[in-house]
Design a protein around this ligand. Sequence first.
Ligand SMILES: [Zn+2]
Length: 337
Amino acid sequence: MTIHAFVPPYVLNRMSTADAVIGRLGRDTLAVDQVLRTMDRRPRIRGTVPGLHREISDAAGSQRLPGRSVRTEGAPSTGDPAADEAYDGLGATYRYYREVHDRDSLDGSGGPLLATVHYGRDYDNAFFDGERMVFGDGDGALFVRFTQGVDVIGHELTHGVTADEADLPYQDQTGALNESISDVFGSLVKQYATQQSVTEADWLIGDQIVGPAWPGRALRSMAAPGTAYDGPPVGKDPQPAHMRDYVDTTDDNGGVHINSGIPNKAFHDAAVALGGHAWDAAGPIWYLSLLDPELDRAPDFAAFAAVTMRIAGELPDGTRLRAAVAAAWEGVGVPLP
Ligand SMILES: [Zn+2]
């Protein structure tokens, strides 16, 4: 897999054309991200011992990985909020996959969960390089410590699950599905950690990592794509909520962080229609779809929708589940089988 950064390039591009301070922050973060994009994927360390194995390291403001190890599994709190938030966020993600989907870590066999905090200076991003999660501290104005967002951690680690389970090339509709699956499980990790129902959940992505100067509530909204922010220096949230507004672009790998709004809203609408907790029915339908061999041959949203509907129909209470899932896809204009 390629390296996945959380803050999309179009946000950083807008920042980089802003005034002196924000402009420098945007350009510096983009420069780091461009170097990362040229790096080879890191070899995944496969699990050999079942269970949760975390290790947090500290880059101390450098861009050297992994940095100095500061907390291993079972060790007490370090007193550094970034290291402890990363430890807790990796744990919340592990518990979600283990308790809801009976999956033992990203690789299903207890693979270690590694993270580095305090990467770079004012680095406005977080990324997963195939081996570890890496967190910037943010600039304090537009973005704060990226370890504060448990959905950010769930999103990034889910790229590891997706890489293991499915062939979803990171381009156009398959890339937007790849991104949407990370938002879906990032939100599920957050909802499960707080035991929120579908009506209590905010369905926002990145609400805990945007700072006081961010012109909105979050980076994305699954309930209402396109409404998460609007204003300088980053412009307006470009996500569509319906196929009629699908954005044809060559930027951002064909709009992978933009058109993901469409399947995001389909998941939200299905979960809300089914009620209760999103991980009761909607989460398992999406998870089983991710594991389904048919997904590797799914070229677009419509093919993914067909897989989710078939899986829904095979579960207990399948008629009701399938109807809710079908209505959600129909509602965002994805053609049904
Ligand atoms: Zn992503």
